[in-house]
Design a protein around this ligand. Structure first.
Ligand SMILES: NC(=O)c1ccc[n+]([C@@H]2O[C@H](COP(=O)([O-])OP(=O)(O)OC[C@H]3O[C@@H](n4cnc5c(N)ncnc54)[C@H](O)[C@@H]3O)[C@@H](O)[C@H]2O)c1
Length: 447
């Protein structure tokens, strides 16, 4: 099929490249000319395992092209909107990019197509998009039909390609059989073995499903983080509880890991947006507010632990950070715990040595540039060098290369062998044997 994608970020680039890899002809558009120029040469703007290979292959066989010209999309049978929907000050989703794209499409489409939203958007946005496009077509005095659909995306950064290839389900909100047939044709390959994996529903329900899914996942994380605080006070290891409840079929084992809080471009903004949606309906979203509050608290937890350990005085301490991205296998640092911790430690008079396998550049470009200029934050290319003369190490993101490091080497480099483990990666007992001082998230040595 002929597919157009607008917005070549984590979602648009992955879905566009993967649709091309399935044999579709895909044109991807972005307003960022540098991004498009790089992509034309096969250079991906993001780190995502195996994505660049797929881009290369499909550039070569011409299934995939990149453009800044919206007219290049006019042949498409389906045009996906995959631009960002960042949070406004009040937590609501900023729809300016989505609406701008709708307007531009209304100004150029010249034959029937389906315009499907992949961006995460509040309930009612599909209808708003339809109205904007209609108005633009009307201005051109054209008698042109088109359909809209909502096809929210559930891929996870770090495993986006695999998630695309093996989705748990595909949600499609649409208004009529014609759209259903077209979307079904696109996703046919995914449902050949199991057609229960594609779920058709009204557009508003599809929009709401996406927010509900993210809110539920964020809720599980915040819930376990709260239980971890209680466990810590009771000297109970949270992993015993996680396993104890995760084996209950009604609960399931996923998303039950306590840690230093969730970040990323989705959970924080989508929970906020859902709170805002509720507020506009005069509903106070008790649970969602608590999910948010707990996560805010959790993101500061490692700082509090370190401060308590050093009896409240962090002046001139040198802190090592392992992991800067909001989660492993991505270079995305949006809303990352590392950013919050950086400000807290710097304000407390510390310097920071930081390392991440792929997110260092994004981190560098995001933090206060004075920190870098004044050598308050120093970025390293080797995880061991990062530790030299540091007063303690904070494990912030659980990249697999941090899982089994050379502890003896680490002991030699750190001023004192102290690890604060924000992702419960290490075995407290083993670290005690190695003479480390270790503190996790309700994962310390309790006897
Ligand atoms: N990142 C994820 O893991 C993920 C997962 C599921 C859903 N989502 C949702 O998908 C949407 C996109 O997220 P993302 O992380 O891919 O965003 P992103 O910020 O990585 O990319 C958005 C892209 O849209 C482009 N853009 C903005 N306005 C444009 C315009 N008028 N014309 C052309 N291009 C334009 C930007 O230049 C940018 O390249 C968001 O609504 C997000 O909530 C994201």
């Amino acid at each position: 099929m002929k597919i157009g994608i607008i917005g070549v970020g984590y979602v648009g680039l992955t879905t566009g490249s993967c649709f091309a890899d399935m044999g579709n002809t895909v044109v991807c558009l972005d307003k960022d000319i540098n991004k498009i120029n790089n992509l034309k040469q096969g250079i991906s703007p993001i780190y995502e395992p195996s994505l660049e290979e797929i881009i290369h292959k499909n550039l070569k066989n011409k299934n995939l092209t990149f453009t800044i010209n919206i007219n290049d999309l006019l042949d498409s049978e389906i045009i996906f909107i995959a631009v960002g929907t960042p949070p406004n000050e009040d937590g609501s989703a900023d729809l300016q990019y989505v609406k701008q794209v709708a307007k531009e499409l209304g100004q150029v489409i010249n034959k029937y197509c389906v315009i499907a939203t992949k961006s995460t958007v509040p309930v009612g946005t599909g209808e708003a998009i339809k109205e904007i496009i209609k108005q633009e077509i009307k201005k051109r005095n054209l008698d042109l039909t088109f359909d809209i659909a909502s096809n929210p995306e559930f891929l996870k950064e770090g495993s986006a390609v695999i998630d695309f290839e093996k989705p748990d389900r595909i949600i499609i909100g649409c208004e009529n059989e014609r759209t259903q047939k077209i979307m079904n044709e696109l996703y046919r390959a995914f449902i050949m073995r199991d057609n229960r994996r594609i779920l058709f529903m009204p557009i508003r329900a599809a929009e709401m499903t996406k927010y509900t899914a993210n809110a539920m996942l964020a809720n599980r994380i915040s819930f376990m983080n709260e239980i971890a605080e209680i466990c810590e006070a009771l000297k109970i290891n949270i992993n015993d509880i996680r396993k104890g409840i995760g084996t209950d079929d009604r609960i399931g084992s996923k998303f039950l890991y306590a840690g230093a809080g969730y970040g990323g471009s989705c959970f924080p903004k989508d929970v906020k947006a859902l709170i805002n949606i509720a507020e506009n309906l005069n509903i106070h979203a008790e649970i969602l507010h608590s999910v948010e509050t707990r996560n805010k608290k959790q993101k500061e937890l490692l700082f509090k632990k370190v401060k308590t350990y050093f009896n409240g005085n962090l002046q001139n301490k040198k802190i090592a950070f392992w992991g800067l991205s909001f989660k492993p296998m991505t270079d995305d640092i949006r809303e990352a715990v590392s950013l919050i911790l950086t400000d807290l430690f710097v304000e407390a008079g510390c310097t920071i040595n930081a390392f991440d396998p792929v997110a260092s550049n994004n981190f560098k470009n995001t933090i206060n540039q004075e920190y870098l200029k004044n050598n308050i934050v120093n970025i390293f290319e080797d995880k061991y060098e990062t530790l030299k003369d540091c007063d303690c190490l904070l494990l912030i993101t659980e990249w697999s290369e941090f899982r089994n490091p050379d502890f003896e080497e680490m002991k030699k480099l750190l001023k004192k062998p102290i690890i604060f483990d924000g992702r419960n990666q290490y075995d407290a007992e083993k670290l005690k044997e190695l003479d480390f001082i270790y503190d996790g998230i309700a994962n310390s040595l309790y006897s």
